[in-house]
Design a protein around this ligand. Sequence first.
Ligand code: FAD
Length: 251
Amino acid sequence: MEFLRPKTVEEAVELLDHPHALPVAGGTAFPGKPNAERLVDLTSLELNYVEERPDGFHVGATTTIAELERSPVAEMAGGYIRQACEFLADTPLRNMITVGGNIACGHLWAHLPPVLMTLGARTIIAGKRKRELTVYEVVSAGLQRGELIQEVIIPKLGGRGVFKKFALTRTDYAAVSVAVYWDELGRRVAVGGLVRPQRLGDLEGQIDITPELLDRAVDELNPVPHPHFDPEYRKHVLKVLLQRAIAEVEH
Ligand SMILES: Cc1cc2nc3c(=O)[nH]c(=O)nc-3n(C[C@H](O)[C@H](O)[C@H](O)COP(=O)(O)OP(=O)(O)OC[C@H]3O[C@@H](n4cnc5c(N)ncnc54)[C@H](O)[C@@H]3O)c2cc1C
């Protein structure tokens, strides 16, 4: 297996144009990719930054979770992103796991995608052609061969957000996760852990969340099996976390 360390994004894109090439950033999710013949390390591309610009916070894809947690964007919206970072695996892993890797890995339990979905974050995708995708588009459809996440743009928002997770321990993989953002324009809700991270539109348009509405929104989900918790129990936990997060963020 080849392990290549390009110095520029253009060089990385060229090296990734190979049938069995994979980008690698923090390297924490690689045991599950046995077919890769060429690993293209993204950590020398100088994509470690969090910059505040007029259109939002620009976060380079190889910024680690530990770096993100210490940056000004973590404190926006009542420390919303900090909440998602602080129990994301343990301290050594937070020094390795990258923002781009957490979005691209496709893990149900990844903390950043639901939070970024509620904030309306966009990703800049480098490839033969540069394009912009929402975080949901990356998580649901994935990237094409030869593409990589270069940057994430997080709008500067003045509301409040609450992230909650349920897991065996505080730092274990999330079996259920909930991200709720609220400002004067309304409420945005996303879930993860038991299903692929996604918005729950049914809970966004209504001011009052009745038990019937909550049941309907959650019962439509089809949880992926979990080694410790059965699907009905996780759905019950999801309803409790949603109620708590919505109450906390709006009162
Ligand atoms: C024990 C343990 C516990 C964990 N707990 C949690 C948790 O509670 N919550 C949580 O959110 N995460 C958790 N994680 C991390 C998560 O499961 C992934 O391992 C991590 O998000 C992958 O990030 P990475 O930077 O290491 O990516 P890598 O392992 O380098 O890559 C992961 C995948 O993403 C692709 N990739 C990486 N960077 C890019 C990019 N810039 N553009 C395109 N594709 C890219 C790679 O090709 C690969 O397919 C945990 C990990 C471990 C090992």
